[in-house]
Design a protein around this ligand. Structure first.
Ligand code: CDP
Ligand code: MG
Length: 862
């Protein structure tokens, strides 16, 4: 079908029957799409009108298509009743100037790309343009976001701007949403739209799909663009036109526009000139290798003391760092008590002078380091000053942060002004998150300490200074071993420049980079697409479920590596989700066959579960072994993660250190209690999770119970929803094959006689790793060291740690993993270390694994 559309452009006048072949199943390029089931089921009035009839002559066909196109063109202007304040604020957004250009491009092209700096108004305004132009009358306008936070907050914002109820401008994220039958504009996460494509390949209820934040290159975004590049022409061909828009905060869109596999006719790119004020970038002379949070603290203190009013935005890499810095800053500049004479950093006037002398040697301004190709930031009135500032840099001065006396002059910030410090990261509770959009209390200076959520998805008003640690925390996977680790690495030049740009939204600003320009020069130009960095078994399974058998031929904007695709297919074959190909023929043919295995009925069932393939497999096992409610609870808990309240998160807005310490102590004790239960039964972390879910259910899942017992309420609510969802999904299908989902995540304790190296003490051996792995200190089984365990994942920090660890009995191994077992002399086995010491093993029903003394209350069906 893919190929068919590619030829479509030229051939549609010749192949008049083209429109009729759609109900047949075709296979080309390994892609098989059955559109039969995708014929409109519910009648969509506008689609109905333009539904193709069976044309015979080529001429008529062509004419008809153009007429249909006209018919589908929204002609009516739909008025929006905005308040004068909203209207005024909108007019200030750069994208308003481009409305006409954008709408013309959309009208004339099936796909349009929009590039505009963060804050230019893409996310909030483009859906409104489309609505006003009548696109919502023939279907829903859908917008995908890679982050849940953005989907929720943007839907609220747009509803408010348009003066429409949330039943009309709505959102849908994995576990929640407020979509109604009246919804006209729908914000959703990209994962949600992918699931919808599985149900209706033609996405018939949508008239436009906007893929937002495409520059982030999230995996789902990439796949959606690949799929939509085919869906849009299919829809047009069927006379149900649909538009695709791709929005990006950087100009680097060649992966989408110049990718022949994706779009044969490159889509037009509309650039929105951001009304960006100049930002002067100051590099550090030296680059602190370790203590960049300390450096960020000192820099923020200095900015606050020396520089004129204006918000400060600090970029760090993770939640713990963010809270750490917030605490230090609050201590140094208490917001409640006004000024403080005590300064934690013990700054002296001499230090301040040195700071001015040394730090500005490498001052440059953003447009000069236009390395990532964005349109050079426009030069405003502020320009002259900025150029002068650059000229001055040899003297160690720049125009704004100077003055011999850092305090006291009129335009300097009074150092007695309190700093209003706010954290910002994606797991932060929404009400806390919303605070950054509100003006700070009068007489304070706003200081937001954020992870890279503040880089492009959310624009914080009033920021004049950016402090950038230059790093980002990323999850890395080892494809072969499946070990994942969070590592702090240098960010890319593109993202560093995005961060700097945050300082110039409302007036000229400054960005302080806590690294040297030489280090910056070594950064990669752009961040890699996520798809190249993570395992793809879940994506491969979803695609196979869409009958895309040869995933290797899929038009990815950036394809995943060959090895990753092979690993994914192999895992899915071993889980029984894909058909095992015949083991005959030439090696090359066999390899080919292994890369295009069709999905099995079990695989389809697994694809319908909103969890990763391993967990989906556990659900099928649970069904067989009569312990489904428990497996569902465990899988839900493993998927949601972080069940326990974060030790570092402040309880509310009050986060004085004494209260924080108390809270920490209490939470630590609660954790021990929970873990203790798991340890005493020698059942491990999954049982702790199960215990927590069960206990919370008995208590009616109340916020108070969670608070009293150190559980994260939001997580428990999500688990409850997921349990409902999974229960429905599992009841709908009943797969017959049995094998455990974590079977290949088995580890055996290193025996005394194998202790050749002291570093192996308390270690475990796994099938794929040469080095030992260890039970994570947070685990219920940390000190118990059972002989066999299964783990949820291995993460690498100071050592390789197993998390989500559960004890298993040696007897279960042959049932779980017959391929790893050898019923004979241990030494002859291909993996001898998996044989139990007795040499023989009995089979045993694995359901005892989950047999516990109480019944889990049923969860309500949705
Ligand atoms: O998508 P893009 O980054 O181009 O901009 P946007 O998210 O549409 O934001 C446009 C403007 O609306 C920015 O100046 C934001 O600060 C503002 N905004 C806001 O004040 N409150 C929100 N909840 C969302 C946006
Ligand atoms: Mg946006």
């Amino acid at each position: 079908k893919w190929k068919e559309e590619e030829e479509d452009e030229q051939q549609k006048s010749e192949e008049s029957s083209d429109l009729d072949t759609s109900s047949e199943e075709e296979e080309e390029d390994g892609v098989k799409v059955t559109t039969e089931t995708s014929e409109p089921k519910e009648t969509n009035p506008s689609c109905e009108e333009t539904k193709p009839k069976n044309e015979v002559t080529a001429e008529k066909n062509e004419k008809d298509i153009s007429e249909k196109k006209k018919l589908s063109e929204p002609a009516v202007f739909v008025p929006v009743d905005r308040t004068p304040e909203v209207q005024e604020a909108r007019l200030k957004l750069p994208i308003l100037a481009e409305e006409q250009v954008i709408m013309e491009a959309v009208r004339e092209n099936p796909c349009t790309v929009i590039c505009g700096e963060t804050g230019s108004g893409k996310t909030t305004q483009v859906p409104q343009f489309l609505y006003e132009a009548g696109y919502a009358s023939s279907g829903t306008i859908g917008i995908t976001e890679p982050r849940r936070v953005a989907a929720v907050s943007m839907s609220h914002r747009v509803a408010k701007e348009m003066n429409l109820p949330t039943g009309v401008v709505s959102y849908q994220i994995r576990y929640e949403g407020n979509v109604t039958s009246d919804t006209k504009i729908k914000f959703m996460t990209d994962g949600v739209l992918l699931k919808e494509i599985q149900k209706d390949f033609l996405l018939q209820k949508y008239s436009v799909i906007i893929i937002d934040e495409a520059h982030e290159r999230s995996v789902y975004t990439d796949i959606l663009i690949g799929l939509l590049s085919r869906i849009v022409p299919l829809r047009n061909k069927k006379g149900m036109p649909m538009k695709l828009m791709v929005m990006s905060a950087t100009l680097r869109v060649e992966d989408f526009t110049e990718n022949q596999k994706l779009f044969r006719n490159p889509p037009p790119v509309v650039k929105v000139d951001a009304r960006q004020f100049p930002v002067t970038v100051h590099f550090n002379k030296r680059t602190p290798l370790e203590d960049y949070t300390g450096e960020a603290f000192h820099k923020t203190c200095k900015i606050h003391r020396m520089l004129p009013p204006g918000g400060i935005l600090v970029f760090l890499t993770g939640q713990a760092e963010v809270h750490g810095l917030c605490r230090r800053l609050r201590k140094a500049f208490p917001y409640r008590r006004g000024n403080t004479a005590e300064r934690e950093d013990g700054e002296t006037a001499d230090d301040m002078k040195k700071f001015k002398k040394t730090k500005h040697k490498e001052t440059v301004s953003l447009p000069r380091i236009d390395l990532d190709n964005y349109s050079a930031l426009p030069l405003d009135e502020g320009d002259e000053d900025r150029e002068a500032g650059i000229g001055d840099e040899e003297d160690g001065d720049s125009d704004l942060d100077l003055g011999d006396d850092p305090v006291g002059t009129e335009d300097k910030c009074d150092p007695s002004i309190p700093l209003y410090v706010l954290p910002l990261y994606s797991l932060l509770a929404p009400d806390q998150q919303a605070k950054v959009f509100r003006p700070p209390p009068p007489g304070t200076r706003l200081c937001v300490v954020a992870t890279n959520v503040a880089e492009t998805s959310l624009t914080i008003p009033g920021i004049k200074y950016v402090v950038d640690c230059g790093r980002v925390k990323k999850r890395f996977y080892d494809r072969v071993t499946g070990v994942s680790s969070f590592k702090v690495t240098w960010t890319s030049q593109a993202s560093a420049n995005q961060r700097a740009g945050r300082a110039g939204r409302t007036e000229p600003g400054h960005c302080y980079r806590l690294y040297s320009s030489a280090v910056f020069g070594d950064f990669s130009l752009f961040s890699e697409a996520e798809i190249t960095r993570r395992p793809v078994e879940d994506l491969v399974l979803q695609m196979k479920d869409l009958n895309i058998d040869k995933v290797i031929n899929f038009p990815f904007p950036t394809p995943p590596s060959f090895e990753a695709l092979v690993a994914a297919e192999e895992l899915l074959i071993s889980l029984g989700a894909l058909e095992e190909p015949p083991r005959s023929g030439r090696v090359k043919e066999m390899q080919q066959a292994r890369l295009s295995c069709p999905i099995t009925p079990l695989g389809r069932a697994m694809a319908s579960f909103p969890v990763s393939p391993r967990y989906a497999k556990m659900l099928s096992l649970g069904k067989q072994q009569d312990c489904l409610p428990y497996v569902i609870a465990v899988v839900a808990a493993m998927t949601v993660r972080e069940l326990f309240e974060d030790l570092d998160r402040p309880a509310g807005s009050e986060d004085e250190s004494s209260k924080l310490a108390q809270r920490r102590a209490r939470l630590t004790q609660m954790r021990r209690l929970w873990a203790g239960q798991g340890a005493s039964l020698l059942l491990g972390d999954l049982m702790v999770m199960l215990g927590a879910v069960g206990a919370c259910e008995f208590a009616g899942c109340s916020p108070k119970f969670c608070e009293d017992n150190g559980l994260r309420y939001k997580a428990m609510v999500e688990i409850r929803r997921l349990r409902g969802q999974l229960t429905n999904a599992v009841n709908a299908v009943c797969p017959e094959i049995v094998l455990a989902g974590l079977g290949d995540h088995l580890a055996r304790r290193v025996q005394e006689e194998e202790l050749l190296d002291p570093k192996w003490k308390n270690g475990y051996k796994t099938p794929l790793l040469d080095d030992p792995v260890f039970i994570h200190p947070s685990s219920a089984l940390f000190k118990k060291l059972p002989e066999f365990v299964v783990y949820q994942e291995i993460t690498e920090t100071s050592k390789m740690y197993m998390r989500g660890v559960s004890a298993v009995e040696a007897e279960w191994v042959p049932q779980l993993l017959p391929q790893y077992c050898h019923f004979g002399a241990p030494l002859e086995s291909p993996l001898p270390w998996f044989c139990s010491s007795s040499g023989t093993v009995r089979c045993h029903c694995p359901s005892t694994f989950f047999r516990v003394g109480w019944q889990l209350p049923a969860v309500e069906m949705e």
